[in-house]
Ligand binder design. Structure first.
Ligand code: ATP
Ligand code: MG
Length: 567
């Protein structure tokens, strides 16, 4: 294609409202424009990149035997009522009414819709396994649309769903997806680490997220450099360094702590205790009932872990009066010693701890010499705390790192969650009705595009990974009006195109500097410069965007070399 005929509205300056490098560069390189909050138009160059990503995704999905569908994005409310999600999902779902006042929504995902087809059409285990997918628009009214297309309110997802007769089948479908995802990310130049993730309170037995390290991401993951351990912060565990508790078996002792409200207050108080020798007692109302949460004084609660431990997402911190009603004291003096009427969840970092200090359930009093296992009864041990940088790996003991990342894909063992609620069964080998065992698998098209830019850019612009670049090579005459340069450029353009490369001919009547700057900004991997000096020797200059390396190449060798380099 000829640049002079293309619509590539590059911007000289950084847009003021874009922070993430991918957001900034997608605007500057003319890939996208913002229509509204979380709504982006893809301009031709952005669309070319998306098409290439989609082609890779299709290839890898078909390689694992997946079959392409296309469902409506507009759904009747009834189908979402069947699974219970019409009520379970709150503001994230776009809802509307049609002209007959029937309730509808815009699909944020398609479990219900694929399950509806499976329920109606699949009869026997002999038809299984099935893997069905689509590449389609999703709508989510995100609370905080952010970083351009990374968190949008309308985006394109490849979503797939597997249907098997049993758990072993689901394991196979899940592993096939894990392999397909690894290949997709590799081909797209995105280094995505598979991490264990929380399956959430909605059930499901295993879930793996694919995370691309980037400061533009919104998810924290925990990595071990010593071994391959990796997990989402919501799921990660760590071995905490042992704290040397005094070995005494002294009985619990109550002591006055006037005005002490926080962990820090008690750490500063003479006769108090350092944070790691305190028990932090939090009260949450879970499904309307108080639950006591115990953590080490210097540890933080992870709310997703709490949801996983209780099986409920309906939780909030108790109000002071609710604390008093449950325990007889206000926050600042709460504890679990002697408590039996309230459910207690204790973080496993407190296991075996002795001589701890905690609230006495009496305002302005605390207890010392608390032996957690001796003095606190009925606590259920769970993981509640956030792993912190430097904690020891549970697998190998090396220090863990906590890093920010972008979730680019998510694979999920749903099990019977939808088949049971929606009644999707098949007959097994004995002629008995059994529910379909399902998995669901999502991958964001725009997120791959943005994650690739996050990982591959420099001060001058984008450095596209070869497989998803909008063009493979740009041919740039230094002076488009020069007859000889124009002739050679046209000839190369023809030949490269005939050799199967996606070629852009920069035939604009612009200064060479401007053309090179634009080409760097939009990130074409290879550039052929047709200029007077090299031409005298029958050569052109071949430059690689990623490394900046340039060399003179004989005119008749250019096509062969580029064909090799882009193969
Ligand atoms: P997040 O935690 O980032 O909101 P999610 O868990 O809601 O993601 P899934 O429902 O698993 O995401 O969706 C599958 C994939 O769709 C994600 O891995 C991501 O690539 C993409 N995706 C999800 N939400 C958005 C969004 N708001 N904008 C762009 N892509 C998205
Ligand atoms: Mg989300």
């Amino acid at each position: 294609m000829r640049w002079s005929r293309l619509f590539i509205p590059t911007l000289r300056d950084d847009p003021s409202d874009a922070e993430a490098p991918s957001h900034r560069l997608m605007l500057r390189a003319g890939l996208i424009r913002q229509l509204g909050a979380g709504l982006y138009s893809k301009l031709p160059l952005g669309q070319r990149v998306l098409r290439r990503i989609e082609a890779i995704v299709r290839e890898e999905m078909e390689r694992i035997g997946a079959q392409e569908f296309h469902h409506p994005a507009l759904h009747p409310a009834e189908i979402w009522r069947e699974s219970g999600r019409w009520d379970a999902i709150s503001d994230e779902m776009f809802r509307l009414r049609d002209r007959k006042q029937a309730e509808m929504c815009l699909g944020m995902t398609h479990e219900e819709i694929f399950t509806w087809v499976a329920r109606a059409e699949l009869r026997s285990y002999k038809q299984l396994p099935q893997i069905w997918y689509q590449i389609q628009t999703k709508f989510r009214d995100e609370a905080r649309p952010k970083s351009g297309v990374l968190r949008a309110r309308e985006f394109i997802m490849k979503d797939s769903y597997s249907f098997d007769a049993d758990d072993a089948g689901l394991d196979r479908s899940f592993d096939l997806h894990a392999g397909a995802y690894a290949r997709i990310f590799e081909r797209c130049g995105v280094d995505a680490i598979p991490v264990e993730a929380s399956s959430g309170a909605m059930g499901g037995s295993a879930s793996v997220e694919f995370m691309a390290r980037s400061d533009a991401g919104e998810d924290w993951i925990v990595l071990c450099d010593g071994c391959s351990y990796s997990a989402n912060l919501e799921k990660a565990t760590s071995a905490v360094a042992a704290v040397d508790d005094p070995g005494d078996a002294a009985p619990v002792e109550r002591f006055p702590t006037p005005g002490v409200r926080t962990i820090d207050d008690l750490a500063r108080l003479e006769g108090g205790a350092p944070a790691d020798r305190q028990i932090k007692t939090l009260v949450q109302m879970v499904d309307g009932e108080p639950v006591l949460l115990l953590l080490r004084g210097d540890h933080d609660l992870n709310e997703v872990k709490l949801a996983e431990a209780t099986g409920s997402t309906d939780a909030r911190p108790a109000h002071p009066e609710e604390c008093r009603a449950a325990l007889g004291a206000l926050p600042g003096s709460l504890g679990a010693v002697g408590v039996s009427a309230v459910q207690i969840l204790a973080d496993d970092a407190l296991r075996g701890r002795r001589s701890m200090t905690t609230g006495a359930n009496e305002d302005d009093f605390h207890l010392r010499h608390v032996d957690v296992e001796r003095d606190i009864e009925g606590a259920r041990w769970v993981s509640l705390r956030n792993v912190e940088e430097g904690d020891a790996c549970v697998e190998c003991g090396k220090p863990l790192r906590v890093v920010k990342s972008i979730e680019v894909g998510h694979i999920f063992k749903l099990g019977l969650r939808y088949s049971e609620s929606m009644g999707a069964n098949v007959l097994d080998a004995n002629g008995k009705e059994v529910p379909l065992v399902m998995g669901s698998y999502g991958i964001g098209m725009e997120r791959i595009m943005a994650a690739a830019i996050e990982a591959h850019h420099d001060d001058n612009g984008i450095l596209w990974p070869a497989a998803i670049a909008p063009f493979d090579v740009v041919v740039s005459p230094v002076k488009a009006k020069d007859a000889e340069q124009a002739r050679v450029s046209e000839q190369l353009y023809e030949q490269l195109g005939a050799a199967g490369l996606a070629v852009l001919l920069d035939d604009r009547d612009e200064r060479a500097g401007v053309k090179f700057k634009d080409a760097d900004l939009i990130g074409i991997p290879w550039r052929v410069v047709v200029g007077p000096r090299a031409l005298k020797n029958g050569n052109v200059e071949l430059a690689e965007r990623a490394t900046g390396a340039a060399s003179e190449v004989a005119l008749d060798a250019v096509v062969g070399q580029l064909r090799e380099k882009t193969a």
